[in-house]
Every structure is written in structure tokens, then in C-alpha cells.
Design a binder for this molecule. Structure first.
Ligand code: GLU
Length: 296
């Protein structure tokens, strides 16, 4: 019997949950249930100006309507600033960070290759790399010096284990791949003082997540996240990236696609079982009664 799995569903309250979110949450709950483990909910509201209380309320309501439960209180990223600042300070104390004042337009110009709309994110060209954290000002983003970070890990280059159906097995994460994408990744955005990658890594560790269940669109984010775990000495979860729910034309669903919102089907009189059937799930996983709160 494998050890109890602890999974999480981590939506951002920037829109209504759609069928893709339902699939992700139900998969996470089922994966935890299989081992008698626990399914947690986390509200990823670091980008507070884009988040709305009514979307957060809708997340709770729609997930409960689907039959899911989770321990309360849930973790909210907007309440976790001290933990993120501590992680950033640790990386800075290792000499791995630098402040960056470049705008997107300046980065594009330095690369002298227009990238707009082609989906490719070239690595940062390193304009601010020689700046010191002692000179960091309020208008600066904070970046990770990827070459120094990799040198610090030496032979302990990260890799991760994937249990998802698309790319199962062990995935080495090579220094070349990380230098090419994302390169000197932003750890703290200038507007909100933190980044998605650092927040997710800190929170997955704080919640004791053993398997990260999420959509295949985040497969490419995993390399830098396991690198951050290795640098910060955090336990590394297993990853399970599932396929994405697509519309009839093959496009993956987006938050703006309100016609696929769970509540649109509710409003049309569908039952939870009918919504589940739409995404190929035959039955609700029995997540059992909410377990005692374990969320710090
Ligand atoms: N908050 C992210 C989203 O809504 C998910 C992050 C993750 O699962 O790692 O897409």
C-alpha cells in the first residue's frame, strides 16, 4: 500500500470555475481517496487586484455542489506573505538573487527579436544581473540567477517523478533546459512582491502536499519549481499532470469561457452527475467527511 497521498486543488479566484477545473479538482480528490489520504483546497490569490470575492465564493459553492469536501480553514496565498518573504530572503542570503528594473519592452529590445504572441518566452538577457540586492528599490522585480543556482546544486540537478497519464516516469531537469527556459526567472514581481513559482513551492511544502495534481499546461513549470524546492531544502512531491478539457474546436477552456462554467450547467438544470459525465467521470469520488483541519 503506498503512503497516504495528500493532494490539492489550487484555483485563482479570477473567474468562474469551468469543466476543466472540475476535472482537476475531482482527479485530485480521487487520487487522495485511493490511498485514504487527504484532498486540500488552496486559494491562489497572490495577484489580489485580479481576484474577486464573488469568484472565491463561487469556487467553494461549485466544488461543494460537485460533492467535494476539504479541511477548513483553507490556505489563502494573500495571508502568506511572511512565508514568501522568508523564502526569498533565504535565496537572497545564498547570493542567488538580484533586483531587476527592466520593463518587458526593454527585455524585448535587448533580445532584438519580437516575441509578441508566438508563445515563446526567451530567457532574460541579463541586463541587471550584476546589480546587488543591497541596491534593490521598490520598483524592482527580484530575479534568480539561474547559473549560480545550478552551480550551487552541483551534481544534485533536480528531476521529478510524474504519475500523470501523458508523460509517466522520471523526468530529469537539465541545467541546459533551465537556462534556456525560464532562465533567470522572476521570484518577486514588482507589482505584488512575489511570483507564482515561489508561492506554489512554499505552499505545497507548508501543506505537506505529496502529489501535485494539475493540468498538463503546467507541466513546463515543474522544472523550475523542483529547482526551488532543492535550493530551499523542501520536500519534493510527485507530479500528476492530467490532460486538458477542450471545447469542440480543440481549444482548451479558459476562465473567460463562461458557457463552460460549472454554474452555467447548474443554471441550466443539470445535476452534478450530468456535469461529471460531460468530463468522462462516472462517479463522484467519496472524499468522506472533512478531516480535522491540518492547514496551518
Ligand atoms: N493557481 C494556478 C491556476 O489557477 C494553479 C497552480 C498549480 O496548480 O500549481 O492555474
Amino acid at each position: 500500500m503506498p503512503p497516504d497521498r495528500r493532494t490539492r486543488f489550487a484555483p485563482s479566484p479570477t473567474g468562474l470555475l469551468h469543466l476543466g477545473h472540475a476535472f482537476s479538482a475531482l482527479t485530485g480528490a480521487a487520487r487522495a481517496r485511493e490511498t485514504g489520504g487527504q484532498f486540500l483546497l488552496r486559494i491562489e490569490d497572490i495577484d489580489l487586484p485580479r481576484c474577486r470575492p464573488e469568484f472565491e465564493a463561487a469556487i467553494f459553492e461549485d466544488l461543494r455542489w460537485l460533492g467535494l469536501s476539504w479541511p477548513e480553514p483553507v490556505m489563502r496565498q494573500s495571508e502568506r506573505r511572511a512565508a514568501y518573504d522568508a523564502a526569498l530572503a533565504r535565496l537572497a542570503a545564498m547570493g542567488l538573487c538580484y533586483p531587476c528594473r527592466c520593463t518587458r519592452a526593454e527585455i524585448r529590445a535587448a533580445l532584438s527579436a519580437p516575441q509578441e504572441g508566438d508563445g515563446v518566452h526567451p530567457p532574460y538577457p541579463g541586463t541587471c544581473r550584476s546589480r546587488s540586492m543591497a541596491d534593490a528599490g521598490p520598483g524592482d522585480a527580484i530575479r534568480l540567477n539561474m547559473a549560480l543556482a545550478l552551480a550551487r546544486l552541483g551534481a544534485r540537478a533536480p528531476g521529478f517523478d510524474e504519475t500523470g497519464p501523458l508523460h509517466p516516469g522520471h523526468h530529469p531537469v537539465t541545467p541546459e533546459a533551465l537556462l534556456a527556459d525560464p532562465g533567470d526567472v522572476v521570484l518577486a514581481r514588482r507589482d505584488i512582491g512575489i511570483s507564482y513559482h515561489l508561492a506554489v513551492v512554499v505552499d505545497d511544502a507548508a501543506q505537506g502536499i505529496t502529489e501535485v495534481v494539475r493540468g498538463a499546461d503546467l507541466f513546463g513549470a515543474t522544472g523550475v519549481q523542483v529547482l526551488l524546492q532543492a535550493l530551499l531544502g523542501l520536500p519534493q512531491p510527485v507530479y500528476h499532470h492530467h490532460g486538458l478539457i477542450r471545447d469542440a474546436s480543440g481549444r482548451r477552456l479558459a476562465k473567460r469561457d463562461d458557457s463552460r462554467a460549472i454554474r452555467a450547467f447548474r443554471a441550466a438544470g443539470e445535476s452534478p452527475a450530468q456535469v461529471l459525465a460531460r468530463i468522462g467521470i462516472a462517479a463522484l469520488p467519496d472524499t468522506g467527511p472533512p478531516a480535522p483541519a491540518v492547514v496551518p
